[in-house]
Design a binder for this molecule. Structure first.
Ligand code: HEC
Length: 219
């Protein structure tokens, strides 16, 4: 009997583990413990992905600056930043990107909780900006601050400190550029990650509280 009921419970769990698209979403919103585990998992996964994305981008940026100076690095950044976001996102099976209250590339405009976060912390010092995890469209949206460091001022500092060539390159590629005039320590922008809830291992493994199974819709 025990075996049968275990087999039955496996049968209901397996489709969820496979994250089958045709299954309706699992609603565990009643179960606060599970939600907490899932939320912390989302944060961990996002922070690991940001580290990878930020690390690779900074590495390529530094190489480009060394090899061809800031004007060359602008074109590298323009092509490599979106490409790396896609690549790292595909590897982690989540959507990732960068945004800011003062944008260089309008394609990086914030949505939903990212816009709310930037309205609150976007113009302040980076050290006052937290890592935030919000629920959004059945996903976790994780937002983490990106501080302005000395290296960043080359292309995001006061325009007077930039060469005429660099100013021209920025103007050519980004006619609506607002991402100048930052100082070291300012919040330059954010990383964001959108993580579908059903993707998180711990959400599936987390113990269900009594009654929580009622919320799992199968058919
Ligand atoms: C060589 C010039 C250059 C340097 C140095 C540089 N950036 Fe940028 N930054 C750019 C360009 C170009 C873009 C637009 C990229 C794109 O098209 O997505 C950009 C975009 C961004 C964005 C995305 C939001 C937006 O405004 O579109 C963030 C965040 C950002 N940079 C942070 C930084 C930080 C932090 C540093 C320092 C570690 C830094 N940048 C150094 C040129 C630079």
């Amino acid at each position: 009997m025990k075996l049968i009921s275990r087999a039955l419970s496996l049968l209901t769990v397996i489709p969820l583990m496979l994250g089958c698209q045709s299954q309706p979403p699992v609603d565990l919103s009643q179960d606060t413990d599970t939600v907490k585990v899932s939320q912390e998992d989302a944060k961990k996964k996002a922070l690991e992905t940001f580290e990878l994305f930020g690390g690779r981008l900074k590495g390529e940026l530094q190489d480009a600056l060394k090899d061809g100076g800031p004007v060359n690095a602008v074109t590298v950044c323009k092509e490599r930043a979106p490409a790396l976001a896609r690549q790292v996102g595909e590897e982690a099976q989540i959507a990732v990107g960068r945004s800011s209250a003062r944008l260089r590339n309008p394609d990086n405009a914030p949505e939903g909780p990212v816009a709310d976060y930037l309205a609150k912390y976007g113009e302040g010092p980076a050290k006052e900006a937290p890592v935030a995890v919000e629920e959004w469209n059945d996903q976790w949206m994780v937002v983490a601050p990106i501080p302005t460091g000395p290296l960043c001022l080359t292309c995001h500092g006061e325009p007077e400190t930039m060469s005429a060539e660099l100013k021209q390159a920025l103007k050519t590629h980004y006619p609506e550029d607002e991402a100048v005039g930052f100082k070291a320590g300012d919040l330059r922008g954010v990383f964001w990650a959108e993580i579908p809830k059903e993707q998180l291992g711990d959400l599936k493994e987390a113990p269900l509280k009594d009654g929580a199974s009622r919320n799992i819709k199968t058919h």
